[in-house]
Design a binder for this molecule. Structure first.
Ligand SMILES: C[S@@+](CC[C@H](N)C(=O)[O-])C[C@H]1O[C@@H](n2cnc3c(N)ncnc32)[C@H](O)[C@@H]1O
Length: 239
């Protein structure tokens, strides 16, 4: 499984060949079945990047990330971004002095992110990975950022995501999460989350230091910007 996943990182088309080489036929069938949902999800997101620039990929650093970091004076530290897309925010964080690991399920997004970091002359560890089953990433992270990954992943794998979030963050870690807001009436738009859901899910391991409404940077053709939640979190001490 570990072998298959590391190969998916660079070439999803090689998955079957590699599994076939290392597994017996029965195990192979089981493996194929268990990989299928992940591959469908991977293909879904990858196709969003293949079909052109997705609406969230503005190429501009998130104004809300910048505002919240400054507001809470979160200092540069070891950081992880979940669902980093093409890496604009991860690269910016690295330019601010953060030591950044950034993960996304889409190989294409990661390819574009690596290219952008190289062009910017910035070191970020971009990783093609599923945030609901992350590999060992070394020491825990003191800060995490998530714009638009949690609100998508939670629909099918909330529990797995929350477990990974808890596992990879240090005691006292800060987090900034930007999600869709169930008070937004305009659809289609980003997946939405209610205040209760946020408090119940993220509030398990984190204190919600600040929860405010904000507007996503991306604009609809008529100028509408979708309503979101801007959450600043602090890890709770372990009981
Ligand atoms: C709405 S996009 C936001 C991308 C980026 N954060 C941004 O703001 O530009 C959601 C991202 O989450 C990624 N994603 C979805 N499910 C994922 C998973 N299970 N593991 C890692 N990344 C995932 C998608 O590939 C996509 O790039």
């Amino acid at each position: 499984m570990a072998i298959a996943r590391s190969i998916i990182a660079d070439s999803p088309l090689m998955v079957n060949r590699v599994i076939g080489r290392y597994m017996n036929p029965i195990a192979l069938c089981v493996e194929r079945l268990s990989l299928m949902p992940d591959l469908a999800e991977l293909e879904h997101w990858d196709s969003r990047y293949r079909e052109g620039r997705p609406p969230w990929d503005t190429g501009r650093v998130s104004a809300e990330l910048q505002r919240r970091l400054a507001q809470f004076e979160i200092p540069p530290c070891r950081a992880i971004e979940f669902g980093c897309g093409t890496g604009t925010n991860a690269i910016w964080l690295a330019q601010q002095g953060f030591d950044v690991v950034a993960a996304d399920l889409s190989p294409l997004a990661i390819q574009q992110a690596r290219k952008k970091a190289e062009q910017a002359g910035v070191a970020v560890l971009f990783l093609q990975a599923d945030v609901t089953e992350l590999p060992d990433l070394g020491p825990p992270f003191d800060f995490f950022f998530d714009r638009g990954c949690y609100h998508a992943v939670r629909r099918s794998k909330a529990e797995e995501f929350l477990q990974q979030l808890d596992r990879v963050t240090s005691p006292d870690a800060w987090g900034i999460v930007l999600t869709g807001n169930s008070r937004e009436s305009r659809q289609p738009g980003p997946p939405t989350v209610s205040e209760d859901e946020l408090r119940r899910e993220l509030g398990r391991s984190f204190e919600l230091v600040s929860l405010e409404e904000f507007r996503f940077d991306q604009e609809e053709p008529d100028g509408h910007r979708h309503l979101g939640w801007s959450c600043v979190l602090r890890k709770k001490p372990r009981r």
